[in-house]
Write a protein that binds this ligand. Structure first.
Ligand SMILES: Cc1ncc(COP(=O)(O)O)c(C=O)c1O
Length: 399
């Protein structure tokens, strides 16, 4: 993240949020300092219980980052060489690197262009054309790889089509690992019940990177689970695979949620729903301002579909913009920060060249990479600031 102080309107202003909760947060940090229990201990146990209660799931396991949450989730499901995991090329790097780091193969499927999310129809096509179910397992007939899991990403704060993906997972005997890094607090209707993103599949992977809807004072992450067996495995894997002190049942890693982060997050979690609502309200203000601006009809700008519920909690407000790089430059010159999440889809990254994907393989992800631009959005953003953002976008296209 660039320094907010460089911009009149930063993309996120964490100082405004901190000013409101300073005393509570400092007192929580003080409690940890007084206890001198920095590794796991009561602060982490309390935060894990708080998150499990909030998410209405059986278990929550604190880990060192969202990237580690993904890695540990896949490790807990025994995913490794010979296995494939279906996911999207249009996401943050570690969604895909968590698969390759374990020697497994990402099987990429293009996105829906209206919401940038993994297209359930594309997943269905891939599975029905190339997946062969035999004795409760699905094999990719082209490669012989066992397709073990789906890894949908609730990108920018918006829930994927989990009803459709869950049906496919059941039919093809796949596990589901949800990447909820950007969608903490989002929820959707599943089988007549409201469920939180991250609790629909087998495991949900959260990030507490400071700019997330629930952000810590550094790195942090969490895996949600309903299975006691998977939760126990995760607890073991985050502690070097220890089954008892200095006895290692499996090869794990060192990836625990820091106690100081847990203390800060316990305070901030209590505000999460309010902050999500404020993000949704501000997204609605952008929707209105863009509709009034005349920019949509001219096709210069596409805005996210309006949602009336909490299935999109707007970690980012992302527009699709013609001449995106020029617009970003123009906004920056006007003191407005914006970010292109993500300018190069993952199938075209140098480090994934050996997966064998080419330019043109995922046209929707490639087109999105040229158009997307995240505008300033955070709970304390004012309507006047949002008006200034939309006016400046308009000024760029009217030049
Ligand atoms: C979609 C997505 N997945 C995974 C991660 C990784 O989280 P972390 O930065 O906590 O490792 C992020 C964070 O930026 C993310 O946005």
């Amino acid at each position: 993240m660039s320094s907010p102080s460089l911009f009149r309107i930063p993309i996120v202003d964490l100082r405004a949020q901190y000013a409101k909760i300073r005393d509570e947060v400092r007192s929580a940090i003080d409690d940890v300092a007084e206890s001198q229990q920095f590794i796991l201990g009561p602060a982490v146990t309390q935060f894990e219980a708080q998150m499990a209660h909030y998410l209405n799931c059986a278990h929550a396991v604190g880990v060192a980052s969202g990237s580690d949450a993904l890695l540990l989730a896949l490790m807990a499901l025994d995913i490794g060489p010979g296995d494939a995991v279906i996911t999207t090329p249009f996401t943050f790097f570690s969604t895909v690197s968590s698969i390759t780091r374990l020697g497994a193969t990402p099987l990429l499927v293009d996105i829906d262009d209206e919401n940038y999310l993994l297209a359930a129809k594309g997943v269905e096509r891939l599975l029905s054309e190339h997946g062969k179910i035999h004795q409760g397992a699905t094999t990719d007939v082209r490669t012989g790889l066992r397709i073990k899991a789906l890894l949908p990403v609730h990108l920018f704060g918006q829930c994927c089509a989990m009803n459709e993906l869950s049906t496919l997972a059941r039919k093809f005997q796949l596990r589901i690992v949800e990447d909820v890094a950007q969608a903490c607090g989002a929820r959707m209707a599943m089988d007549g019940h409201e469920k939180f993103a991250g609790t629909i599949g087998d495991l949900g992977c959260f990030s507490f990177f400071p700019s997330k809807n629930l952000g810590g004072f550094g790195d942090g992450g969490l895996v949600s689970a309903n299975s006691s067996e998977l939760a126990a495995r995760l607890r073991m894997l985050r502690m070097h695979g220890e089954s008892a002190k200095y006895h290692h049942a499996v090869t794990g890693i060192n990836s625990r949620l820091d106690s100081l982060q847990a203390a800060v997050l316990s305070v901030k979690q209590r505000y999460l729903d309010t902050w999500c609502e404020q993000r949704i309200e501000r997204a609605q203000v952008y929707h209105r301002l863009f509709r009034q601006s005349g920019l949509l009809g001219a096709q210069a700008v596409a805005i996210p579909a309006a949602t009336s519920d909490k299935s999109h909690v707007f970690n980012n407000y992302v527009i699709g913009a013609e001449r995106r790089d020029g617009l970003q430059q123009f906004l920056a010159e006007s003191g407005i920060q914006s970010e292109a999440y993500y300018p190069l889809p993952l199938h075209l990254q140098k480090c994934f060249a050996d997966l064998g994907y080419q330019q043109g393989d995922f046209p929707k992800a490639e087109s999105a990479a040229n158009r997307v631009l995240a505008l300033p959005l955070y709970p304390e953003l004012t309507v006047a600031q949002q008006e200034a953002v939309v006016e400046t976008v308009g000024a760029f296209y009217r030049r």
